[in-house]
Write a protein that binds this ligand. Structure first.
Ligand code: C2E
Ligand code: CA
Ligand code: CA
Length: 591
């Protein structure tokens, strides 16, 4: 049992603003009250509770926050050193003063070595008073240092932009969860926002940051409350779902995340559509701690990325083999230009008279050990590691030099199409690069066509249009490649200053039998004619396809029906052959 000061005193104390809360460890109520009265008389404003056993003291320590403990030395069944031990067990930092008439000096010294703030002879209140003030000050200083430290910990473990735990905190939270639970289960999602770099480049970093904050908020809203969300770096988020104990549950929850991106993000007057790539690692099968899980979920995420993003992939041990191979390819690719392993092939583009009117430059990588590697395999790697810009410039230069050679050979009208990747297009230097290459190779800009995929053009209409204008000011033409595979509506096309449309192979493949594809092609042709765009059909493989397309008004064709991509020598041979018919033999003999 422990008692409170009498009610009138208590009221008085409650009204006092900074009354120190004191826990008195004292068996005599009279002594307690005497001390209280003497201290109050000297202006020490306090509120106290008296305890006299270990049990009472523990209870009081749990129940309240105390500024001070003043302990008698000897009590029935309890003493000051046991009281000190009780305080230690509670883990609290409260100044502890022994106020006793009977403690021997050596025990007093020993007590001070054990953490007692001071030992004061009972009755010596004038000595006790400054000790109490000093100890309270010391404790407050320690408290504010601890609070500052906690704040600092929060700051350094929180991502300031999103307010989410950063990588190290995220790991610590997951690891704590893994340690706490005897049989920890759950799923770790690694979420990367597709093509986020474009946002920063088009709208600036401030807008990028604002979007990341919106994404963080949306991710937080779409998951259950026991989930842990963190920002791992840049546009990458981690999400730990302890209740996703099997693949099916993890898949369902990952789908919620995908769905959260079904609505556009608003920036100024723009509506931006973003998609995530999600890799999942399961606990405990795919890793026993946060770092293992994150690494494995990340490698699953890169698989999604390579397949175009906006999807979910679970980690499989074989993925790591792929990663190793990919890393080897990455290294080799860095040297591919210097080692002359890259080659440009040219696929002819024909008109309705089946004359070659142009060529499309298509890159090939002849790997010394792995053989030919298709562009669909190595270009995404080049995009990711930033090598695409260099590769793109190399192709442009090679192809333009080649075109100039052909023109000097008499193929003056031949046009050249060069593919421009998203990353390349996002860099303003493309304009100066194209300008420089045209100048250095002497190619007439009117003969150069830059092919951009529909998805690149659609990313952000405002900055795209001004970039296209700058390119067109150089005199080159612009083609929208793979038309139909992205998200553009036909109406959208009007906004872009483009010259050509390339109907994607997927719409050509099932012509003329597929009614839906036939209707799409008809609609595209009608719109193109009203916008005065030239249409090129890609991937024409059969005579039927060709006939249907030309009957619908298409007058440019590419595809295996005519020719695959050829090396420069073979292409020239074919072009001259078609143009001059019988001259072919003589031309071959000359070369
Ligand atoms: P794309 O620009 O749509 O190029 C057409 C692709 O279709 C080429 O594949 C071509 O060989 C193939 N093709 C042409 N006719 C037919 C056909 O009748 N049937 C079938 N099945 N396929 C046909 P390729 O050369 O493998 O290139 C794939 C993609 O890689 C290209 O698609 C383009 O997006 C990209 N690419 C190629 N070279 C470059 C380059 O130098 N720079 C950039 N940025 N991208 C490139
Ligand atoms: Ca193309
Ligand atoms: Ca294409």
């Amino acid at each position: 049992m422990y008692d409170k000061p009498n009610t009138s005193t208590a009221r008085l104390l409650q009204s006092a603003q900074h009354a120190a809360t004191v826990l008195l460890v004292e068996d005599s109520e009279d002594e307690a009250h005497l001390l209280y009265a003497e201290l109050m008389a000297r202006g020490f404003n306090m509120d106290y509770t008296r305890v006299q056993s270990r049990q009472e003291m523990s209870h009081a320590l749990d129940a309240h926050q105390w500024d001070l403990i003043i302990s008698d030395h000897v009590m029935p069944g309890f003493d000051s050193l046991s009281a000190l031990e009780t305080l230690r067990t509670s883990g609290k930092d409260i100044p502890f003063i022994i106020y006793s008439g009977s403690i021997p000096d050596d025990l007093g010294h020993h007590a001070m070595l054990c953490g007692v703030g001071d030992v004061v002879r009972k009755g010596n209140v004038d000595h006790l008073l400054p000790v109490l003030h000093r100890e309270i000050r010391g404790a407050r200083a320690r408290l504010s240092a601890r609070e500052a430290d906690n704040r600092l910990q929060t700051i350094i473990s929180t991502d300031t932009l999103s307010g989410l735990p950063n990588l190290s905190r995220f790991c610590a939270l997951i690891d704590a969860n893994c340690d706490d639970d005897n049989e920890p289960h759950g799923a770790l999602l690694y979420i990367d926002i597709d093509r986020f770099m474009r946002i920063n480049q088009s709208f600036g970093y401030q807008a990028g940051d604002a979007l990341l904050t919106m994404i963080a908020r949306r991710l937080g809203e779409c998951v259950e409350c026991n989930a842990t969300l963190g920002r791992l770096n840049a546009d990458r988020f981690g999400l730990y779902l302890p209740s996703a104990t099997d693949h099916a549950a993890a898949h369902t929850m990952a789908n919620w995340v995908l769905k959260a991106f079904d609505m556009p993000f608003k920036h100024d007057s723009y509506e931006l559509w973003l998609t995530p790539s999600i890799g999942i690692a399961m606990l405990p099968d795919d890793g026993e701690n946060a770092l293992e899980l994150i690494a494995h979920a990340e490698s699953a995420m890169t698989v999604v990325k390579r397949q175009g993003g906006n999807a979910i992939c679970f980690f499989q041990p074989e993925l790591n083999v792929g990663t190793t191979e990919r890393m080897a390819l990455e290294t080799d690719l860095r040297y591919a230009i210097d080692r002359q392993e890259l080659e440009v092939l040219y696929q002819p583009c024909l008109d309705t008279t089946r004359r070659i009117v142009g060529v499309e430059a298509l890159m090939r990588w002849n790997h010394p050990l792995r053989g030919p590697i298709p562009p669909t395999r190595f270009l995404p790697i080049a995009e990711e590691i930033g090598l695409i810009v260099e590769l793109g410039e190399w192709v442009l230069y090679q192809a333009c030099s080649q075109l100039r050679t052909w023109q000097l050979m008499g193929l003056e009208q031949l046009t050249l199409s060069v593919n421009v990747s998203a990353v390349q297009f996002s860099q303003p230097r493309i304009v100066t690069t194209v300008h420089r290459v045209l100048k250095e190779t002497g190619v007439n800009p009117a003969n150069l066509i830059l092919e951009l995929t529909e998805s690149v053009l659609m990313q952000d209409a405002g900055s795209t249009i001004s970039m296209l204008r700058s390119l067109k000011n150089l005199g080159v033409r612009i083609a929208m490649d793979d038309f139909g595979t992205g998200y553009s509506s036909l109406a959208y096309l009007k906004r872009f200053p483009i010259d050509l449309l390339k109907i994607d192979r997927s719409f050509v493949q099932e012509l003329p039998g597929n009614d839906e594809d036939a209707a799409i092609v008809r609609a595209v042709m009608a719109l193109a004619s009203s916008l005065q765009l030239q249409v090129v059909a890609e991937g024409v493989e059969t005579e039927d396809q060709y006939q249907f397309l030309s009957s619908e008004g298409c007058n440019r064709f590419q595809g295996h029906l005519f020719s695959p991509a050829l090396n420069a020598a073979k292409l020239a041979e074919m072009a001259v052959d078609v143009r001059m018919g019988c001259v072919r033999r003589q031309y071959s003999m000359l070369h």
